[in-house]
Design a protein around this ligand. Structure first.
Ligand SMILES: [Zn+2]
Length: 470
């Protein structure tokens, strides 16, 4: 009798513990430190010397150099090697290191929530802008989940499927007429020239494709139909800024990398300065708005740019492991200084949205996204200079495509079925980001819950057994 009473007390205590562990998961509320708007600018291939060389050329600070908070970021990929833009972009966007060629998926091919998705779930409008193909690796890391960066047609289709509010840049050839029609049916305005951009004024979704491939190098100016990166950034902000819940905008200066690969000093300077004009647009808006965070960094350095006296010289045709600069300004900017890792940015942004970091992490309030991986195909895209051909998606139809993404089977099972860009392949493995972002209290709570359930089960079993014996 006495023993059975103590059992009941134990059960009661355990039930209390269990309910507490549930409540810790839902107490997070949005922080006052959270910026309303975030503008994330990425100079692809922009190392410290690319900035310094452009600085020396104009003889004064770039706009980014005048930003209040400064730091550096290391850029290695999951194996500790030099990254490409796919793994580099994925680190920045998703907060995890992955294999070169992978966009928005971890090394096993599992999709990981990116920061744009996190903020879209907060009700923000989102946009992607680039001077290269908008379906190329860097923007793709913020807009899609694909085991190969070369599957640009699938990545393009995924953007439309996800209803990203602004999709702007080059890469028109990856948006078929059929896909453009689908976009229109989804409420997108589809435009292809600078004039159309200038006369566009509504806040409808916008698909703006100014070139079939990459933009030309800026050195001698653009054709009259092509907007500059600063103009694209300015118009994007105009379209997004009236949204009550705020916005997230990713802007990539893609030709800093291309001119770095080509070891073209003059054109590299021109691209960095163009990119810096986009930074200025973002900073001007942030200053006037007062509720915006601006972050400027790079995914990696390209070309091994070295300073020798007053001159600069490229020493490589590839990417290097040189740490890249980080600049930040505006609300929450103080969190982006010192020595960072490319996988730190997502968590640092997410942390701004948590009232009290000590009790819980944001992941508990963020609904799990259903992230389709569109296909498994070519995984050899480690070289960013590899030309992307129109045939890049053809291997995706082959269900026998060898899967090189080693041991995980869940994600691969859902993907080898072929192109499923419209039909959402819901994977149970979706949003594995909790692995890297959750703070220990969440795990403790989940673990405690599991233990409690097991203990209660055992207690009930013993009580019943005891009753049966009596
Ligand atoms: Zn590159």
């Amino acid at each position: 009798m006495k023993k059975s009473l103590s059992f009941k007390v134990v059960v009661l205590i355990l039930c209390c513990l269990l309910s507490t562990s549930f409540f810790t998961g839902i107490t997070a509320s949005e922080s006052k430190s959270a910026p309303k708007n975030i503008i994330f600018l990425i100079g692809d291939g922009m190392g410290p010397n690319q900035v310094k060389m452009a600085h020396d050329y104009i003889g004064k600070n770039l706009n980014m150099e005048n930003m209040t908070y400064k730091g550096t970021s290391e850029t290695s990929n999951v194996s500790g090697a030099t990254t490409d833009s796919a793994a580099g972009g994925t680190a920045l966007a998703c907060g995890i290191k992955t294999t070169n060629g992978y966009v928005g998926v971890d090394k096993n091919g599992n999709p990981v929530q990116n920061i744009r998705e996190f903020l879209a779930e907060k009700g923000k409008k989102t946009g992607l802008v680039s001077t290269v193909s908008i379906a190329d690796a860097t923007p793709a890391a913020f807009g899609a989940h694909n085991i190969s960066r070369t599957n640009q047609s699938q990545i393009a289709a995924e953007y439309i499927q996800r209803k990203i509010d602004i999709i702007m840049g080059g890469g028109g050839k990856y948006f078929s007429q059929e896909l453009r029609n689908t976009a229109k049916a989804e409420g997108y305005t589809v435009i292809t020239t600078k004039n159309e951009l200038n006369s566009h004024s509504s806040s409808t979704r916008l698909l703006a494709l100014f070139h079939d491939g990459n933009f030309p190098e800026y050195k001698n100016g653009y054709p009259s139909t092509t907007p500059t990166i600063a103009e694209m950034t300015s118009k994007s902000i105009d379209f997004l800024k009236d949204h009550e819940e705020g916005f997230f905008l990713m802007v990539e200066g893609g030709l800093i990398d291309i001119t770095g690969h080509a070891n073209n000093i003059d054109n590299n300077i021109a691209e960095t300065l163009q990119f810096d004009q986009a930074v200025k647009v973002a900073l001007d808006f942030a200053k006037q708005d007062g509720n915006t965070l601006v972050i400027v960094t790079a995914d990696h350095e390209t070309g091994g740019l070295k300073q020798e006296g007053n001159n600069y010289r490229f020493t490589s045709g590839s990417h290097t492991g040189v740490n890249v600069p980080v600049f930040a300004e505006g609300k929450g900017a103080e969190n982006f200084q010192g020595n960072l890792s490319n996988a730190d940015f997502k968590k640092k942004i997410m942390d701004l949205f948590v009232e009290d970091e000590s009790t819980t992490s944001v992941d508990t309030t963020a609904p799990v996204t259903t992230t389709p991986i569109t296909t498994v195909a070519n995984t050899t895209a480690n070289d960013t200079t590899t030309p992307v051909t129109a045939a890049d998606d053809t291997t995706a139809n082959d269900t026998t495509t060898p899967v090189t993404a080693d041991d995980d089977t869940t994600a691969n099972d859902t993907t080898v079925a072929g192109i499923s860009t419209v039909e959402t392949a819901e994977t149970t493995a979706a949003t594995t980001s909790t692995d890297t972002e959750s703070s220990s209290p969440i795990y403790a709570a989940v673990l405690a819950g599991g233990v409690v359930i097991i203990v209660i089960g055992a207690v009930i079993f013993m009580l019943r057994k005891k009753a049966a014996n009596e």
